[in-house]
Ligand binder design. Structure first.
Ligand code: NDP
Length: 487
């Protein structure tokens, strides 16, 4: 039986490539090939650029209100089709439907809605200088590229297209080859909402297609989500013609639980920040520092809830709350980290093995894993694992835990649990991270800028500043008096 084929989406339609080359997309919960995706060959790449040029001419000439109306129609369609889109995301990513159903599409739609609302409020400025004056215009950059990771495919496509398109740019988006379908569904919705062809094109392929985008001289900006190492390569390529870059990269974030915290709340945060999306979330608090006097109580509740409240299995079952890891390769990587943890002397409190749930025996499952007796030098405490693996570490003193929390090259996120408001703010202000939570973990509304410190990123997504980052300022000086010329 021949498999369904997903094509590149160029200039308002699905377009066949000329080379006939394609790759398999595998359902992580079954390891079966569910469809094939055509690679963006030279023909597709050329068409993508030509189409984007045409799209930009039309889109950038529209008023912000006109663009906003179309984006809002797309938002309504995203919400209307939530359940079907959520299912697509589950089949591509292996994440539980109970998450995708209420988070992935919703938070994507929220961001497009936010930027659609913001676009018409963008103002230039005017200032008088002597008898003359100047004014400024905020103009779009032109053709931008978005490159996405596989953990939140549709949401990432929304988070990148929302601000880019609202500001009048066009976007060529490359989803991860592991999860290419969500972006194409978004492209179809944009067209249905009345967006001109060429404003949002989707090209498929592996790193090579991403690299092509980062070096192409017609592309003005690259917004990238992925690993630190890939981000470095993207920046190097983008430097070839001085493209602007936004980098949303990895993390190894700390959660600090003080002795006056509400322990049940802190345990909820630690579990959400390690086991949601089977641990494949960039902001995860994989280093949980717990003050020694409440350490035993914390560990007991954490172990109990992890062993009793987590249901692994077919991600389409609404009762399942821990899904499958993205690929066999990634599964092996996560299991390797777990072995390293054991070898380096950490103790497995619970989990620590590959799981084969009855409803999805061939999927890439890892039992939710908690390590105790860890120290800050262990590989599992230092490196991003991107799976359901939590390290818990005791601490005694506030200053000391701040130093330990900051002792990493990464700086994506951080959290503090304390009922003492002065302490909570004092500590969070000293943590070197771009996305911080007090008595909460993981919430990321469209209004809040998010991005990393240190090696975790450059620039921000969401919030007002992101719209600005998709514009360039043109200054126009107007002479009202006679030119004084020595010539
Ligand atoms: P990767 O860095 O492996 O890939 C990200 C994207 O870049 C993919 O589309 C990939 O293509 C593409 N790519 C690969 N090589 C190149 C290249 N040389 N030039 C241009 N593009 C290239 O990341 P993962 O997909 O493995 O995602 C997991 C990582 O993403 C984790 O580190 C996680 O922390 C981070 N992340 C960060 C977020 C944030 O907001 N800070 C949010 C989500 C994830 P392909 O996959 O098709 O090979």
């Amino acid at each position: 039986m021949s498999l369904p084929k997903l094509l590149n989406f160029i200039h308002g339609e699905l377009l066949e490539n000329k080379s006939g080359q394609s790759f398999d997309v595998i359902n992580p919960a079954t390891n079966e090939v569910i469809y094939q995706t055509e690679i963006a060959d030279d023909f597709i790449k050329k068409q993508a650029i030509e189409s984007a040029k045409q799209g930009f001419a039309t889109w950038s000439a529209m008023s912000a209100v006109e663009r906003s109306r179309i984006l809002l129609k797309a938002v309504a369609l995203l919400r209307e089709r939530n359940d079907d889109l959520a299912k697509i995301e589950v089949l591509d990513t292996g994440k539980p439907i109970q998450e995708a159903d209420c988070v992935d599409i919703e938070t994507g739609a929220d961001v497009i809605e936010y930027f659609a609302g913001l676009a018409p409020t963008q103002l230039g400025s005017q200032q008088t200088v002597g008898n003359d004056f100047f004014y400024t215009r905020k103009e779009p950059l032109g053709i931008c590229a978005g490159i996405g990771a596989w953990n939140y495919p549709l949401q990432i496509a929304c988070w990148k297209s929302g601000p880019a398109l609202a500001a009048g740019n066009v976007l060529i988006f490359k989803p991860s080859e592991e999860t290419p379908r969500g972006a194409v569904e978004l492209a179809k919705i944009f067209i249905e909402a009345g967006m001109p062809a060429g404003v949002f094109n989707v090209v498929h392929g592996a790193g090579e297609v991403g690299q092509w985008l980062t070096t192409h001289s017609d592309i003005e900006k690259v917004s990238f989500t992925g690993e630190v190492g890939t981000g470095q390569k993207v920046m190097q390529s983008a430097a070839s013609n001085l493209k602007e870059v936004t980098m949303e990269l990895g993390g190894k974030s700390p959660l600090i639980v003080f002795d006056d915290a509400e322990i049940t709340e802190a345990v909820s945060a630690a579990m959400l920040g390690n086991f949601y999306t089977q641990g494949e979330v960039c902001t995860n608090c994989t280093r949980v520092y717990v003050q020694r006097s409440v350490y035993d109580e914390f560990i007991e509740e954490l172990k109990n809830r992890t062993e009793n409240n987590i249901v692994m299995g077919d991600p389409l079952d609404p009762n399942v709350n821990l899904g499958a890891l993205i690929s066999k390769k990634h599964l092996a990587l996560v299991l390797n980290y777990i072995e390293l943890g054991k070898q380096q002397g950490a103790t497995v409190l619970t989990g620590g093995y590959q799981a084969t749930p009855e409803s999805a025996p061939n999927g890439n499952f890892v039992a939710p894993t908690i390590f105790v007796d860890c120290n800050d030098d262990m590989t599992i405490v230092k490196e991003e694992i991107f799976g359901p693996v939590m390290c818990v570490l005791p601490f005694d003193d506030e200053d000391d835990v701040i130093k330990r929390a900051n002792n990493t090259e990464l700086g994506l996120a951080a959290g503090v649990f304390s009922q003492n408001i002065k302490r909570a703010h004092r500590v969070i202000h000293q943590l070197n991270a771009g996305i911080c939570w007090i008595n909460s973990y993981g919430n990321s509304p469209a209004e809040m800028p998010v991005g990393g410190y240190k090696r975790s990123g450059i620039g921000r997504e969401n919030g007002v500043e992101t719209l600005n980052s998709y514009t360039q300022t043109k200054s126009i000086y107007v002479g009202m008096s006679q030119i004084e010329s020595p010539f």
